[in-house]
Design a protein around this ligand. Sequence first.
Ligand SMILES: C[S@@+](CC[C@H](N)C(=O)[O-])C[C@H]1O[C@@H](n2cnc3c(N)ncnc32)[C@H](O)[C@@H]1O
Length: 209
Amino acid sequence: MELVLKYFPDLTSEQIQKFEALEELYKDWNLKINVVSRKDIDELYLRHVLHSLAIAKVITFKPGTKIMDVGTGGGFPGIPLAILFPECSFHLVDSIAKKLKVVNEVVDGLGLDNVKTTHTRVEEIDDTYDFIVSRAVAAMPTFVRWIKGKVSKNQNNTLKNGILYLKGGDLTEELQDYKTVTIYPINDFYNEPFFETKKVVHLPIKFKG
Ligand SMILES: C[S@@+](CC[C@H](N)C(=O)[O-])C[C@H]1O[C@@H](n2cnc3c(N)ncnc32)[C@H](O)[C@@H]1O
């Protein structure tokens, strides 16, 4: 938890209490339903919480911003972001029910009333969002196809509406077709070896009309 405070020193006591409660909740639920690997559970704050919150180093979501986390798995990046931005709404979607069982338990345990979850493939979602966040779900061309028509036009934030994706490695080839993409190396925000090759990718989405 000190790691989170190191990079997010302005958390409220309520946010600190929720981030502290996360570890216990995940440890308990992970014993029953394994959604987070053992190594990752031991380094939950580095590998999951801080990594998810890298998106918040790129953008401060304004109150009322509507966000979908596609392929949330055990709740990342959606749950840490929902704690950090309690006045934004988060829709966490995954195609595997047992993962969402854990997410629902954590959401209830933390009393996160700005989070809803849906068990479905994202292609089936019929709604629009200001931003779509994600980590480790699909290659960008596939991902962009999945979320087509799901990004809304309203722009109240500092970044243009679209995708904020957590990705690692060399992205030159995968992202070469996207002229409007911006890549933020996470080690510009955090000084931790774990993030050495990791990035936040912002891809604004054009919409019709
Ligand atoms: C490697 S896991 C990543 C989970 C989480 N985002 C994280 O980083 O810890 C990929 C997740 O995407 C989900 N997924 C894959 N394709 C999907 C789709 N079309 N719609 C919804 N979820 C999908 C899988 O069920 C899985 O939970």
